[in-house]
Every structure is written in structure tokens, then in C-alpha cells.
Design a protein around this ligand. Structure first.
Ligand code: SF4
Length: 699
């Protein structure tokens, strides 16, 4: 431990719930272990297995402890000066020979706000490249786009989780918190205990769906039609809140017309959800005075994800369930700093404070904070998949920070091939991930418990993660890496390694922007349970923050929420004779994202040792497959093999694979990179496949 305090209060390194935890000394070896922290209101001491075992990845042996430089085909240990010299020299050479946009930067939704901010500034000020994006594009960008279009502002939840038990009904669309963030389940249990109801929409009967009063299992990729069918019934049954629609919204006639074209019987044919089930969902949603819709990756990770989320927002608006107490639409963000990571400039089209890179006033404001000419700032670059797809062609070198696209990107074999074709690849990571293993230089960086920084949880609550122990010798922080690289590339000032100094600059850069952090200081964060943005102010004199948004007006120019004129359309890839089934992908409780950290934790590996293919008994019988048989799942992009897991909790026309593993069971070998036209989110959640028993393959 860094001081004599017996416990350091901090937050989990994994998902967007950002559970509070204490780090306490473990044994006599100078290490730490996780202990309960009951005073943090979001999780009140509860942790899932990932959080409980998070300290295991801090241990020597689980992680990298020295820079590695490729020599003679192998990664060999090197000193920091040598490694940073190589990275700076190779990035500069590519920039000089091919132009600034030949240098790419790929960030991550797990990076702290300070790192996300510094990485965006590094790309635009030091490298001068427009080619920066991050893996959060794969996470919730469709919800962000739909929320911005409807409300004028994207904050995952516009209310604290504590409001969930106080509402009358929650519709959870494509979300499985029982596996992704188990401590959040108590909010839904309390909702039910208070007399509210829970509707879960998911092609699988997940552990979350088992808690529901009503579970609807639509065919993957059809929840847009499902939302339109519900809105049709709302209109037909006279349940529209006409006064609210008139006073607080715009665009209703077009949205209404589209909904009226989606007859319940037509929707039943598209989705497989029966008309009585649809009516029951409408009844549960409309009967109480208040209700919420919460979406997650299911509706969002589609080539029509923005429209799908827009359709669910339409349902909220037509029934007067947004911008009112205990009612609203929200997105359950996934990655640890998925919210803050999308606010401070590592997105291809964005400047800090959730400002638009194309907005001249935003460019002037941020350029002044950065001490550069606004005209010198590059314009928007490629989105995450488009950037990965351009590697080795237009983009010839890449700096990766906190991401493992070899496992987590769609069409992963192609992405891996693109990474291999680069002139130069540098990766900053805590472990030798599958992406780091391909790099020319690997820079070992500090982890959550070894560094101070802020994250913003799924509620928009800015939190302070405190440094609890010293990092191993040989490891530096990401901020230190950017400081060292900037200096080598001729920018001596503006990239401090001290996180509080970076945060102070971030406050100024975000001031006046949609995500305004200017009134938030480390001192304020250290004293409370976090501060909800927007929070304008200066010094330690910031306002109280904004736990609940939109109660008086929406953040659009006229203060009205905007309906989205959306209609059902098929997925980018529908089943056919060659690929007759649908694949959907997702998560299991014991692994996190690409598994780079959690696959190194013995307890988690024992609980979830590898991928599997979940399928219905009727499909298994048709294939002649028994439990545990190796199944080959084949799509137009490749083939993956994993053992069969047979359950009635999935539609017979659909198979499911978790995506946490590399190798022959890698689910993302199969997934479709078809992009949503607005959010540029790939269609992870649905693609056409065929399935065969592969008894010759060892899964
Ligand atoms: Fe960590 Fe999320 Fe688990 Fe909480 S629910 S302990 S934040 S992984």
C-alpha cells in the first residue's frame, strides 16, 4: 500500500457500474486484495466475481513488467528509452513518408477520462492525424446517436439507478445484467418488490429474463419492428399522452404514421412474438403512472441500431415517459469508462466535453485550451471498424491503448490480417493480449489500483479511482507514455504525466460543452459519492451536478424531444439456404470483454473456461448433436468451433456464442461488420450462419 491507511476506497476496473470497493493489504507481501465497501450507493458492497478477483491481475506473473521490442521476429525485453525511441521514430517516419493520416490511434472504453482526453489531444496535436477512434464505437454508439437525435444530449442514464425501483415498469431490451453487472439486479428486484413489473426482451431466456414478469423472445434483429408494433397498439388503444406530445415533442405525425403501418399481426410475422404477448407488454408499460425503457447491446449492435433505439425512444415519448420523474429512456453502458470514454475526444468525430469536431466554435474553444491554431486541428476520421479495415493500406502504423481488437472486433480474422500488414504496430497494455502479441513494440502500463484517475459510470456519475499501491518497477502509466512520446516528437509541454493536472485541463476544455466537467475537482470527488455531469463551475465551487436530466426541457434547440421517423428493415444478412440460422453473440458472467484480463484469473477461468455454442434441443436433434459435441459455426467470414450447450432457453432458429475468447472458438471470426449508417456501429448481434457437428475438431 502507498500509505498507512488500512483501506483505500476505489472502484472496480471492469464494467460501467463502477462498483465501489476497498483495497486492503493482503498478507505480508505488499500486495492488495479487494474488500467490501458498503458506503458506495450504487452497489452497496455487492461485487460480482470479476470485481472480487480484480486484484489477481495486479500480481507479478499475470502481467507485463518490461517493455518489449520485436527483434529477429521475436518480442524481446528492452529499456523504456529504447522502446519509446523506437515508437516515436517509427510513427514519425510513417508520418513523414505517407502523411499524418497514415498514422492511426485506437483507444478504449476502459481508459480513464484523463487518458481518453490525453490520447485524443496526442493524436490531433502531436501526430496531426484525424485517424483516431476507439472500441467504445462497438459498445453503445447507436444509443448515443439515437439519444443525441432525440434529446439533444447523450448520457447513458439520464437518472440515477436509484430511480429504477421507484418506477412502475421497466422494459429491458437486449440486456442481461444478471451476467454483465450482477449487483445491478437488486434495482430490478426492488422494482418488483415495490409492485412494479419487469419486461425483458431477448432472443434467449437469460438469467435476467427468468426474473421478468414477461419475457418476449423476438428473432434477432427484429426489435425495431417489436417497438413499432407496441407503438401501434398504444395509438390504437388510445394510450398516447396527447398533452405531453403536444407540449414537449416534435415529429409525432411521421412517427405515428410509421407505427400505424406496423400492424401487430405483421409484427408477429417479423418477430415471432405473438399479438397477445405484444398487448400484454403494452398493458404492463402503460398501466402505471411511470415507466422506463433501458436498452443495451442487443438493439444497439445492429446495422440499424440507431433506428432501433429511436423506435424505443418513440415509445417513451408517445406515452409521456421521458423527462419526467421516475420515467425515461436509458442505455446501460458496458465498458468501465464507456460513458466518460465517449465524452473527451478519442472518438473520430469529437472534441472534449462531447463537442463536435466539425463545430467551428468548439474547435476554437479547445484549440485555445491546447494552445494551437484551430485550423491546425484535423477533421473527423474513420470510425473504429473502418479504421481497422484501412490498416496496411491508407493507415500504415497504429498506436493501440487499452484495446484488444483481435478478439473484440467484428470479422476478427480479417482485422488480425490487417494488423499484421501494418508497417508498425505499438500496443500499450497491462498484459500480452492477442493484439499486443502482434506488435512491434509493447509498452507495459499501470493498472487501475496503481494509478489515480477518474471514470464516469453508466449513470453519468464522475468517480475518482485512487492509487492504492505502487506499480512494479518497469511499468509506467499511459499518461507517462504519452508524455514521453510527445517529447520525442517535439512537443515538450501539454502532456503531463500527473492525472490531476490532466483533469484540470480537461475541466477547462469541457467548460461550456454538453458534457461539462468544469465544476468537478479531485477534491470534490474525494469527498463524496461522485458528481453527475453536467456540472459547470470553477475551482472547487462547482454546482451540485445534474443527477436527473430533461425534467424541464430537453437539450435540443427548442427544448422539445424529437421523434425518430423509423421503419422496420431486415438485418444486413438474413438466413438463406446456405446459411439458414442466425448467430447472436454476448457475454458470460465470469469473463469481461475480450477476456485479456479475466482469462488470467484462475477462479474466473475455472467458472468459464472457454466458448460454447448454445442451441435449442430441436435444432440439436436436427443436427444430430449431443451436449458437448464440437460444433462448427460457419458464416461468410469464417468458421469457429466450440462445444454444444443445449437449452430450451433459446429460439430454435438462433445460436448464441460468447465472444471472450481467441483461437478457433472466437465468435468474432463470424460476426458481420455491416455498419449502422449513423453510428458506424457494426452488426455484432445478428448474422447468418450454418452449424455442423465437427467431430474431427477438438473444441
Ligand atoms: Fe466490477 Fe461490474 Fe462486477 Fe461491479 S458488476 S464488480 S463494476 S465487473
Amino acid at each position: 500500500m502507498t500509505d498507512s491507511v488500512s483501506a483505500t476506497p476505489t472502484h472496480c476496473p471492469y464494467c460501467a457500474l463502477q462498483c465501489g470497493m476497498n483495497l486492503v493489504a493482503a498478507g505480508g507481501g505488499g500486495g492488495v486484495e479487494v474488500a467490501e465497501r458498503a458506503d458506495f450507493p450504487v452497489n452497496r458492497g455487492a461485487l460480482c466475481g470479476k470485481g472480487r478477483t480484480a486484484a489477481d491481475v495486479l500480481a507479478p506473473g499475470a502481467r507485463l513488467a518490461t517493455p518489449l521490442v520485436r527483434s529477429g521476429g521475436a518480442l524481446v525485453p528492452a529499456g523504456w528509452d529504447e522502446a519509446l525511441d523506437v515508437v516515436a521514430g517509427r510513427l514519425a517516419r510513417v508520418r513523414d513518408e505517407h502523411g499524418a493520416d497514415a498514422v492511426g490511434v485506437f483507444g478504449g472504453g476502459g481508459l480513464t477520462n484523463e487518458k481518453a482526453y490525453a490520447l485524443g489531444k496526442f493524436a490531433r496535436v502531436v501526430l496531426g492525424t484525424s485517424q483516431i477512434d476507439y472500441n467504445g464505437r462497438f459498445c453503445m454508439s447507436s444509443a448515443a446517436a439515437a439519444g443525441t437525435a432525440a434529446f439533444g444530449l447523450d448520457r447513458g442514464l439520464p437518472f440515477p439507478l436509484a430511480d429504477v425501483p421507484l418506477t412502475g415498469c421497466v422494459i429491458l431490451v437486449g440486456s442481461n445484467p444478471a451476467e454483465t453487472m450482477p449487483p445491478a439486479l437488486r434495482y430490478f428486484a426492488e422494482l418488483k418488490a415495490n409492485g412494479g413489473s419487469l419486461v425483458v426482451i431477448d432472443p434467449r431466456r437469460t438469467r435476467t429474463a427468468e426474473l421478468a414478469d414477461l419475457h418476449l423472445a423476438p428473432r434477432p434483429g427484429t426489435d425495431l419492428a417489436l417497438a413499432l408494433g407496441m407503438l401501434h397498439l398504444v395509438v390504437a388503444e388510445g394510450l398516447v399522452d396527447e398533452e405531453y406530445v403536444e407540449r414537449r415533442t416534435s415529429g409525432w405525425p411521421a412517427a405515428r404514421a410509421s407505427a400505424m403501418a406496423h400492424w401487430p399481426e405483421y409484427v408477429e410475422r417479423i418477430t415471432g412474438v405473438s399479438v397477445p404477448e405484444l398487448r400484454e407488454a403494452v398493458r404492463l408499460f402503460c398501466a402505471p403512472e411511470s415507466a422506463m425503457v433501458l436498452t443495451a447491446r442487443g438493439p444497439e449492435q445492429q446495422a440499424k441500431g440507431t433506428d432501433t433505439v429511436g423506435a424505443w425512444i418513440n415509445l417513451c415519448l408517445a406515452t409521456g415517459r421521458a423527462g419526467r420523474p421516475r420515467s425515461g429512456y436509458g442505455c446501460l453502458t458496458g465498458q468501465g469508462n464507456g460513458q466518460g470514454g465517449r465524452e473527451h475526444g478519442q472518438k473520430a468525430d469529437q472534441l472534449p466535453g462531447y463537442r463536435k469536431l466539425t463545430d467551428p466554435a468548439a474547435r476554437r474553444h479547445v484549440a485555445e485550451v491546447w494552445g494551437v491554431d484551430p485550423d491546425a486541428l484535423p477533421g473527423p476520421g474513420r470510425s473504429a471498424y473502418e479504421l481497422l479495415d484501412a490498416l496496411g493500406r491508407d493507415v500504415r502504423s497504429l498506436l493501440v491503448m487499452g484495446s484488444n481488437p483481435v478478439v473484440s472486433a467484428p470479422r476478427a480474422a480479417h482485422v488480425e490480417e490487417r494488423l499484421r500488414s501494418l508497417d508498425f504496430l505499438a500496443v500499450c497494455d497491462v498484459v500480452l493480449s492477442e493484439t499486443a502479441a502482434l506488435a512491434d513494440v509493447v509498452l507495459p502500463v499501470t493498472q487501475w489500483a496503481e494509478e489515480t484517475g477518474t471514470t464516469t459510470n453508466l449513470e453519468g456519475r464522475v468517480l475518482l479511482r485512487r492509487r492504492a499501491l505502487d506499480p512494479p518497477a518497469g511499468v509506467r502509466s499511459d499518461l507517462d507514455v504519452l508524455h514521453g512520446l510527445a517529447a520525442r516528437l517535439g512537443v515538450e509541454k501539454g502532456f503531463p504525466a500527473d492525472p490531476e493536472e490532466v483533469f484540470e485541463e480537461l475541466r477547462r476544455a469541457s467548460a461550456g460543452g454538453p458534457a461539462d466537467y468544469s465544476g468537478i475537482s479531485y477534491r470534490r470527488l474525494a469527498e463524496g459519492d461522485g458528481v453527475f455531469w453536467p456540472c459547470p463551475g470553477t475551482g472547487d465551487e462547482g454546482g451540485p451536478g445534474t443527477p436527473r436530466l430533461f425534467l424541464d426541457r430537453f437539450a435540443t434547440e427548442d427544448g422539445r424531444a424529437r421523434f425518430a421517423p423509423v421503419a422496420h428493415r431486415p438485418s444486413a444478412e438474413e438466413p438463406d439456404a446456405e446459411y439458414p440460422l442466425l448467430l447472436t453473440t454476448g457475454r458470460v458472467v465470469a469473463q469481461y470483454q475480450s477476456g485479456a484480463q479475466t482469462r488470467r484469473v484462475a477462479e474466473l477461468n475455472a467458472a468459464a473456461p472457454g466458448p460454447f455454442v448454445q442451441l435449442h434441443p430441436r435444432l440439436a436433434a436436427r443436427l444430430g448433436a449431443a451436449e458437448g459435441d464440437p460444433l462448427a459455426v460457419v458464416s461468410r467470414r469464417g468458421r469457429a468451433v466450440a462445444p454444444a450447450r443445449i437449452t430450451t432457453g433459446i429460439r430454435p432458429d438462433t445460436v448464441f456464442m460468447p465472444f471472450h475468447w481467441p483461437g478457433e472458438g472466437r465468435a468474432n471470426t463470424l460476426t458481420n461488420p455491416a455498419l449502422d449508417p449513423t453510428s458506424r456501429m457494426p452488426e455484432f448481434k445478428v448474422c447468418a450462419v450454418r452449424v455442423e457437428v465437427a467431430r474431427g475438431d477438438a473444441p
